[in-house]
Design a protein around this ligand. Structure first.
Ligand code: 5CA
Ligand code: ZN
Length: 412
């Protein structure tokens, strides 16, 4: 699938400390230790509706990682999927009387536009579920052969399931106890009641063909991919195991990332799927998590069309810490717009206070688990000084402008 167009990133003199991030599995902030090439897989959208600010917040968080790595001289291999085969697409397409493929293609196109406008650096590989079905078939075949997967005893619908206890370390990523797993598995797309499963939390790998659903041929029977195996297959085949970061919103901690890692680790024994599991907090609106099912959505495309500067959207979302669940309000946007105006006025000055120390602070705060509130406070400080007292350094405004562009993706 086509990614979106590349975005120019200015080079900023100097360098910052290496990136440290909170790892969900180890429950601590620790250094990310990529080689020359850093590798990241971030779970992409299920394209049945437009991108909302919650999605945007998650992709913007990983965009900061991408930018910090590049600033540190790494090449970045960034892979993202598109879950373009899934129940919500079929349901929405049926409701609207359109083909589910057309719906997916349309929403992916809108997502690309939203990401470009938000200046999110594109993944090098942007991969749909439809185009990776064969990869899933191969993995499911291997999991069946190794005994990590089984076919339910149902001649009509011989679905394939993953034995959740196929790896010794199952559960390490979320760290949840069994009661929490049972609850979240049922809430987040699992099917604990499916007759014939060996355990309620065994996860679907391959759904045998049903009337009215798309299906693809496979040696173990025609059908379509389960959800977690899609991300396991797409990541494994492009960045292998022990890649640097597996990312997404915190609603993916369990079951999605627990099972995608377990599937991969059952195939490649002794290797941890990702070295860091990184999760962004969830954005709420009007008191509740922004979600398609609740309908309390602020769409990026609608904000854009009403003339909201994408840089203000970035500043609004960065005014809170990426791991914190937080609310988007009218005030968030108003504060961001005012901040953007101040920054623009300050970098338009002919000179200002020296900016080197400020840029060093911004790098330091971002490298410390993406502490955007502190990074913005350092910039506020420089802008306030510049606007109140001016300063002697004629190169400072351009340095701030480039640093804010390169590190935060905000264009002043
Ligand atoms: N296609 C799957 C991942 S493989 C999926 O979860 N799609 S999604 O469209 O539902 O979500 C896309 C991304 O946005 C995921 O990383 C998800 O964790 C994140 N996300 C969804 N809602 C929110 C929210 N309210 N706040 C922050 N991130 C969110
Ligand atoms: Zn995923």
């Amino acid at each position: 699938m086509q990614s979106w167009s590349d975005i120019a990133v200015p080079t900023v003199p100097g360098s910052g400390p290496p990136l440290r991030l909170y790892d969900t599995a180890d429950r601590q902030v620790r250094p990310v230790t990529p080689g020359k090439t850093a590798t990241m897989y971030v779970c992409g959208i299920t394209p049945y509706d437009a991108t909302h600010l919650g999605h945007a917040a998650t992709y913007l968080s990983f965009d900061l990682v991408n930018r910090l790595w590049r600033d540190g001289g790494h090449e970045v291999r960034y892979v993202q999927n598109v879950t373009d085969v899934d129940d919500p697409l079929f349901e929405r397409a049926a409701r609207d009387g359109i083909d589910w493929r057309d719906l997916g293609a349309r929403e992916v196109e809108l997502f690309r536009e939203d990401m470009s406008e938000l200046r999110v650096l594109p993944p090098a590989q942007y991969v749909g579920a439809i185009e990776s079905v064969q990869e899933v078939v191969e993995l499911v075949d291997k999991l069946l052969a190794s005994g990590a997967a089984y076919v339910v005893d149902d001649p009509e619908f011989p679905d394939v399931y993953f034995r959740h206890d196929a790896t010794e370390q199952f559960g390490y990523e979320s760290g949840y106890d069994r009661a929490t797993m049972d609850r979240l598995f049922a809430e987040r797309g699992g099917d604990p009641e499916r007759p014939g499963k060996r355990d309620p939390i065994d996860a679907l790998l391959w759904r045998a063909a049903r009337e009215g659903e798309p299906s693809w041929p496979a040696p173990f029977g025609a059908g379509r991919p389960g959800w977690h195996i899609e991300c396991a297959a797409i990541a494994l085949n492009r960045i292998g195991t022990e890649f640097d970061i597996q990312g997404g919103g915190s609603d993916l901690i369990y079951p999605h990332h627990e099972y995608s890692s377990a599937h991969a680790e059952a195939l490649v024994k002794g290797r941890r799927f990702a070295r860091h599991y990184v999760h962004a907090g969830l954005i709420a609106y009007q008191g509740e998590k922004m979600s398609k099912s609740r309908g309390n959505l602020v769409f990026v495309s609608r904000l854009r069309r009403s003339g909201t500067d994408p840089s203000a959207i970035r500043l609004g979302l960065f005014s809170g810490h990426y791991r914190q669940d937080r609310e988007w309000t009218e005030q968030t946007l108003a504060t961001a717009l005012a901040r953007l105006d101040r920054y623009r006025a300050a970098v338009a000055l002919a000179s200002g206070p020296s900016a080197q120390d400020t840029v060093a602070r911004v790098r330091q705060h971002l490298a410390d688990d993406l502490d955007t509130p502190k990074a913005l406070a350092a910039l506020d400080n420089w802008a306030d000084q510049a606007l109140a007292y001016g300063g002697p350094d004629a190169s400072a405004p351009a340095l701030i402008r480039d640093a804010v562009d390169a590190l935060l993706g905000v264009r002043l």
